[in-house]
Design a protein around this ligand. Sequence first.
Ligand SMILES: NC(=O)C1=CN([C@@H]2O[C@H](COP(=O)(O)OP(=O)(O)OC[C@H]3O[C@@H](n4cnc5c(N)ncnc54)[C@H](O)[C@@H]3O)[C@@H](O)[C@H]2O)C=CC1
Ligand SMILES: O=C(CO)COP(=O)(O)O
Length: 324
Amino acid sequence: MNTIAIVGAGAWGTALANAVARAGRDVVLWARDEKTVAAMRRGRVAPRLAGVRIDDKVTPTADLAQTGAADAILLVVPAQALRDAARQLAPHVAASRPVIACAKGIERGTGAFMTEIIAQEIPSAVAGILSGPSFADDVARGLPTAVTLAMPDDAMARDLSARLGSTAFRPYHTDDVRGVEIGGAAKNVLAIASGIVAGRKLGASAAAALTTRGFAELVRFGRAFGARSDTLMGLSGLGDLLLSCSTAQSRNFSFGIALGEGRLASAGKLAEGQFTALALAQKAAGQGVEMPIAQAVCEVVEGRWTVDQAIEALLTRPFRSEGA
Ligand SMILES: NC(=O)C1=CN([C@@H]2O[C@H](COP(=O)(O)OP(=O)(O)OC[C@H]3O[C@@H](n4cnc5c(N)ncnc54)[C@H](O)[C@@H]3O)[C@@H](O)[C@H]2O)C=CC1
Ligand SMILES: O=C(CO)COP(=O)(O)O
């Protein structure tokens, strides 16, 4: 397993390309736009990461067929575009090849988790998910972090982790695929709520209380969909939630700050929670899982509630047992 392909040359795709190159692998990095590929080849610049140089072991390409020959493929496009990318990729992928979703979200309309989309579009592949506390800018620059790689077969996940990992980028492995993808999807929605708290200047106590109750929602939802507790309490669940609920470096958190301050969020920055909120709320309701914070974010981003209405709805809920 010496060549790893990355489909999607946005912030996270280029960061992962550099991380995997540093792990000693050859990397094929696919972008859909020929001009972007030419610029990456010429100047070694990452299109979405200012000041980051693309490692020499990374080969940018606009030819999707080149990615199919790799030993494993990382799908690094926005969650709502993952089906489209997987469908385009399908004819190029050999049977039993690992195809790993690196997006964090749930598909609108279908409610599909990321690995379910891969299974539907590339049935012969082995679908997995990579997720955890990892800002693209940090990873691209070689700052250290740890993430989780989940595949249905833990031994396969362990082997691929060893291929992708280095001292600075440390994947832990598991076979709890659903647990890992739920953590990444839910934390983005909850990070918007935390950003609203910051934007409205509700205080550090409110921030801690909201993150904790948000985590309780993530755990309830995860359990209802078969996730294991240790996964939800691990890097891809609690770890990523803490990261994304604590700093404006998170696009979801800063999107929430803008909502809280009553202004428009900066254009062109992907805040996945904005698109996943509805799908998450619908799936939760379908399983009878209470997620008042995620539901409130959904109502705000779908334009049905104002921020003030959402805050009031959360603060006037009945008092209840903490463990319920
Ligand atoms: N940026 C970050 O720090 C991290 C991002 N992620 C996740 O990675 C995913 C991608 O995020 P970013 O790379 O940051 O977004 P981005 O907005 O920087 O880049 C997205 C890339 O996908 C491409 N793309 C969009 N639609 C496509 C389609 N239909 N087919 C092919 N390519 C398409 C775009 O051209 C762009 O190059 C998201 O789900 C995000 O949550 C995960 C961990 C860290
Ligand atoms: O997923 C991430 C960190 O783990 C990136 O967070 P944002 O998408 O909110 O920037």
